[in-house]
Design a protein around this ligand. Structure first.
Ligand SMILES: [Zn+2]
Length: 311
């Protein structure tokens, strides 16, 4: 672990001191393949944004494991999560905690229940922890994860997951990057199924674009999103997302130009004329996030209701 990790962290983020090298080598000789580089994941049904219907959970590590996303609020699905976690533990692995990428309901629906059932701490950014339902997490240990921390997971293949604070979709959003494997847990920064909504309450467009650029620069080989299958060329996808948002921003700017002085309800019909009317409600939230960015850039102005170009 690096730098600013507290003692409390050290209890959870154990290194490999409790396993002998002989045990470790017998693990790596296991023919089951269970300790190989495969991606351990489980998709469970959640109340997420359509067309996505599920949130992916991941188990990181070879022997010591961190689970990611206690996502589902549904009892049946929570049972599947618990069975999955216990099956992994039954293979001689050690569960160390449950990481939450951010506070949205389709990522934390089982946080308290699953942490309690499995006697594991919840690990998340402070801005996520403060947004958790306290009733739900009463009696559950929590641990703050900050930018720059490293989560060491011992085992036949030691893994060192770097904590990256990547706000823009949600204030406390975290990604995790393992530089040797070049694997990146991306939460809701991008998805291979459904869309990522940037809206003004939790999100901020410029912050999001900056975070995407940072992720692009990592040169990851595989990204693990919360929605959809693993992404094999993540840097190309981050670039695509950035270009897609900037293309939409140009369309928003053009809509403001053509309407002169307009409300977001008027603008959405023009700036999102290429999307089905059924999603205009969500599109209007995204439009507002773009208008905030354009206003911050000095390109548009607003009286709180109407928007117009400044030049
Ligand atoms: Zn989200």
């Amino acid at each position: 672990m690096t730098g600013q990790v507290s003692e409390a962290d050290a209890q959870v983020l154990v290194s490999d001191t409790d396993v002998s090298s002989a045990e470790a080598s017998s693990d790596s000789a296991s023919s089951s393949g269970a300790f190989s580089d495969e991606v351990l994941s489980l998709a469970l049904r959640t109340p997420t944004l359509p067309p996505a219907t599920h949130t992916q959970s991941y188990a990181l590590g070879s022997r010591e494991l961190l689970l990611v996303e206690p996502a589902t609020p549904y009892l049946e699905e929570q049972r599947r999560f618990v069975e999955w976690a216990r099956a992994l533990a039954g293979q001689g692995r050690a569960l160390r905690g449950i990481v939450i990428t951010h506070h949205h309901p389709d990522h934390v629906g089982g946080a308290g229940a699953l942490a309690r059932e499995l006697s594991l701490p919840l690990l998340a950014h402070p801005l996520t922890l403060e947004r958790l339902d306290l009733k739900d997490t009463a009696g559950v240990a929590t641990q703050a994860l900050e930018e720059g921390q490293v989560l060491e997971l011992g085992g036949p293949t030691e893994e060192r997951w770097q904590v990256l604070h990547t706000p823009g979709h949600a204030p406390g959003h975290l990604c995790l990057f393992e530089p040797r494997l070049r694997r990146l847990v991306v939460g809701d920064m991008v998805a291979s199924e459904g869309t990522i909504l940037i809206e003004p309450k939790d999100g901020h467009m410029t912050t999001y674009l900056t975070a995407l650029e940072r992720l692009e620069g990592l040169g990851a080989a595989l990204a693990l999103p919360a929605h959809g299958a693993p992404i094999s060329e993540p840097s190309a996808l981050f670039r695509h997302y950035i270009q897609h948002r900037l293309a939409r921003e140009a369309k928003v700017q053009e809509a403001v130009r053509s309407l002169g002085r307009a409300t977001t309800q008027e603008l959405v019909k023009v700036a999102y004329d290429d999307t089905p009317r059924a999603v205009w409600g969500l599109a209007e939230l995204s439009l507002r996030a773009h208008l905030i960015r354009l206003t911050e850039l000095g390109l548009t102005a607003t009286d709180g209701e109407h928007h117009w170009l400044t030049t």
